[in-house]
Design a binder for this molecule. Structure first.
Ligand code: THU
Length: 136
């Protein structure tokens, strides 16, 4: 994964957070997915007054990409500009992301401070039925 520019991907996630519709939580999130086709698909959280219908930034990005024909992702960056510390994808998003990313795909997330967490999707969702259990 040496040729993936995670700095650039994080910048795109940060820019995507500007579009967040988050009037209820005031917590903006931006996500950027690098497609296997080389294109970047971004997303933001889209809240709803019902609360339960809120869509996370990560799933917005996945849905945009898949609906445009891209079903495989090489990397993910998530920006949470309203938190000091990095906030990683929620459990539901980890499950959805794992459907379309190899376990070794890099993930970077960070908030307002310079601190960044670098992990892989396999670390975020270990013992995953798709990647791990099927190969045992
Ligand atoms: N949120 C995301 O968009 N992604 C995450 O990984 C964590 C949570 C959103 C959902 C909601 O709009 C706001 O952040 C507060 O939970």
């Amino acid at each position: 994964m040496a040729n993936i520019d995670m700095n650039e991907l994080f910048k795109q996630a940060k820019a995507a957070a500007k579009s967040a519709y988050a009037p209820y939580s005031n917590f903006r999130v931006g996500a950027a997915l690098l497609g296997a086709n080389g294109k970047v698909y971004t997303g933001c959280n889209v809240e709803n007054r019902s609360f339960g219908l809120t869509i996370c930034a990560e799933r917005t990005a996945v849905t945009k990409a898949v609906s445009e024909g891209c079903r495989s992702f090489k990397a993910l960056a998530v920006s949470t500009p309203d938190s000091d510390i990095p906030v990683g994808p929620c459990g539901a998003c980890r499950q959805v992301l794992s459907e379309f990313m190899p376990a070794g795909a890099p993930v970077r997330f960070g908030g307002k401070s310079a601190l960044r967490v670098n992990a892989t999707i396999g670390e975020l969702i270990p013992y995953d039925s798709l990647h791990d259990l099927g190969s045992r």
